[in-house]
Design a protein around this ligand. Structure first.
Ligand code: MTE
Length: 335
């Protein structure tokens, strides 16, 4: 991956999680009061509530915003400081829009995400092309606060909104032959500038994959929102994967295809540099990337005078939940 040591983001004020919650609770109260016609008697805010904490905001269809606004809150809090919304949405990797960290925020606005559908194919009893509305129909959305650790050694803490991938896979009924799940991102060169660039080295679509048991793990999330809003385009609207114990490149964005397979699927970074990026990509401070250490990470926001370097944890701190999936495997070989 293209590594820059410079961060484009100045260190700025962090929104501690309790402050975010308090603001959000206020906004929820204000929203329901407004719905009841009680706007005039809603209590004044303790904190100036920025636009981004009003639930159900963002782009996308009304039905999706309503479903997000009704999501169960924060069922898996970490007790860690959230990375501010501004940083989560302005420091991104989304190579379809360029290699720079600000390219996605600068260029992804043009992406059309409504209507959207997801093709589900391969080893399932119920293959089909499912409109996003059908994918989301009857799904109980919930908020999950997860650490996101990029293989480039920076990390964030993000309040996602989504549903377990397992709930979707169960609906399409994997056959007994299904052993892996492959994912693909949209290919639309007219709206994704790097896909029409002659200099792009990536063989589009961006591809990722999981073993079926990893895909069915309750931590594996299909996200449709963050910070109470629909996903901004630069974060993978309208639907992306989040696998919190793996390096961020596994968390594929703007998914249009899911295929259940018998064989391990090809994945983008592994195809490009197999010795640097494995299929598993589990966060592991003891297995260094060939070109840099993975022992520590830069928790964003970070800057020259406050680099905010913290030790990296095995499986990104989720070992208790996921280590059993890799029992007996040599993690230096299956990196
Ligand atoms: N998905 C697609 N389609 N294209 C990408 O370039 N980059 C990956 C992953 N998903 C990427 C992608 C990488 S390297 C990381 S670290 C995360 O997205 C970053 O997610 P974020 O920008 O929301 O923080």
């Amino acid at each position: 991956m293209l590594i820059k040591t410079r961060t484009d983001i100045p260190a700025s004020e962090i929104t501690p999680e309790p402050v975010y919650r308090a603001r959000r609770d206020f906004m929820r109260g204000a929203m329901s009061a407004a719905a009841l016609g009680l706007g005039a008697i809603a209590a004044p805010p303790l904190f100036a509530a920025p636009a981004h904490v009003a639930r159900g905001e963002g782009r996308g269809p009304d039905w999706l915003r309503a479903q997000i606004a009704a999501a169960d809150e924060n069922t898996r809090a970490l007790g860690e400081t959230l990375t501010p919304f501004e940083h989560v949405t302005s420091y991104n990797n989304f190579y379809e829009f360029g290699q720079g960290k600000t390219d996605p925020a600068d260029k992804a606005d043009a992406l059309t995400t409504d209507p959207w559908s997801v093709e589900i194919a391969g080893e399932v009893a119920k293959p089909g092309v499912y409109p996003l509305e059908d994918v989301l129909k009857g799904m109980d959305l919930e908020e999950r606060v997860y650490r996101l650790r990029c293989v480039e050694a920076w990390s964030m803490v993000i309040p996602w909104i989504g549903f377990p991938l397992a709930a979707l896979l169960q609906r399409v009924e994997p056959t007994s032959k299904a052993k892996y799940v492959a994912f693909e991102t949209l290919v639309r060169p007219a709206e994704m500038p790097a896909q029409r660039s002659r200099f792009s080295t990536i063989d589009w679509p961006y591809r990722e994959g999981l073993r079926l048991d990893e895909a069915m793990h309750p931590l594996t999330l299909m996200a449709v929102g963050l910070y109470g809003k629909t996903l901004p385009n630069q974060n993978g609207a309208p639907l992306r994967l989040v696998v919190p114990w793996k390096y961020g490149f596994k968390s594929i964005k703007s998914i249009v295809k899911i295929v259940l397979t018998e064989r391990e699927p090809k994945t983008t970074w592994n195809m490009m540099q197999p010795r640097e990026y494995g299929f598993y990509a589990n966060v592991n401070p003891e297995v260094d990337h060939p070109r840099w250490s993975q022992a520590s990470e830069r928790r964003l926001p970070s800057g020259l005078f406050r680099p905010n370097i913290i030790p990296t944890r095995l499986f990104n701190g989720y070992a208790e939940e996921v280590a059993h999936l890799y029992k007996g495997m040599d993690l230096t070989r299956y990196y």
